[in-house]
Design a binder for this molecule. Structure first.
Ligand code: CIR
Length: 254
């Protein structure tokens, strides 16, 4: 169960965020604020207390707060983003987490890791090796997890930005899966909820205390996740999709 979440309000600089989806156009700031507010309300309705951090104009992608820290029940790992424009975002989260957590660890150069590449399944953490997360970063993270009695393993990625762009764990062995991960033997023992390629954006969804928050506008995915027994909350995050960001990236949950 999660009791807390941290989010960061998007800044006007959002339009300068990294994007491989330029065909979708630039995000609209006013809509982004409306959607972000609805996202916060969705988290609250799942029973979590939400710490809303003010926007940080200096870092256009800083609303994608998931990437800069991994919060586990035993420790926090402050990441070292692979995207050079995002690397210094970590300084903005460190002081926030220090107020709440004692065991704070850091990924060091030349390691890089973004926590969108880290999927928690109980006490095990799958770490995607992506353009943003390198072997050194993943190995450092696995050693740190082991120090606290947790485990980690790596997953090669080919097509997606982050591991959780195509995978979401919904507890009870249920795994939302899309694209390249459908045929990856690492995940063959999970009960798949398959997301069709045309709805691939919905593969990034979040389990929060028996609810699953999904992006709105993906009816096949909604039906399949609902059929698997979950209560669904839909949130429109189309402005964040324009920057390749999904639902999970917009919060740290613990
Ligand atoms: C980036 O490219 O870093 C941001 N525009 C999107 C980050 C999305 N984060 C995530 O999937 N965890």
């Amino acid at each position: 169960m999660f009791s807390h979440a941290i989010v960061r309000v998007p800044g006007k600089s959002l339009i300068n965020g990294l994007s491989d989806s330029k065909d979708l156009g630039l995000p609209n700031y006013d809509n982004a604020i409306i959607q972000h507010t609805a996202y916060i309300e969705a988290l609250k309705s799942c029973g979590v207390e939400v710490n809303v951090l003010e926007s940080c104009e200096q870092y256009p992608d800083s609303t994608f707060i998931e990437d800069v820290a991994l919060v586990t029940p035993e420790c926090v790992i402050i990441t070292r983003p692979g995207a050079p424009t995002r690397r210094d975002e970590v300084s903005q989260i460190d002081s926030v987490l220090r107020k709440e957590f004692i065991h704070i660890e850091y990924i060091e150069a030349p390691g890089t890791i973004e926590a969108g590449d880290i999927m928690m399944v109980g006490s095990h953490y799958y770490i995607g090796l992506s353009d943003r997360t390198n072997v050194d970063g993943a190995e450092q993270a696995i050693k740190l997890l082991q120090k606290y009695g947790l485990t980690g393993s790596t997953v090669e990625l080919n097509d997606v930005l982050h591991l959780k762009t195509g995978l979401s764990y919904l507890e009870n062995n249920k795994l939302v899966v899309c694209g390249e991960f459908l045929s990856n033997p690492i995940f063959e023992n999970y009960d798949f909820i398959e997301i069709p390629q045309e709805e691939s954006y919905a593969a990034n969804c979040i389990w929060v205390n028996d609810f699953v928050i999904i992006p709105s506008g993906y009816p096949i995915s909604k039906g399949r996740i609902s059929d698997a027994g979950f209560k669904i909350i839909e949130v429109d995050v189309s402005e964040f999709k324009k920057l390749d960001g999904g639902l999970s990236c917009l919060s740290l949950r613990y």
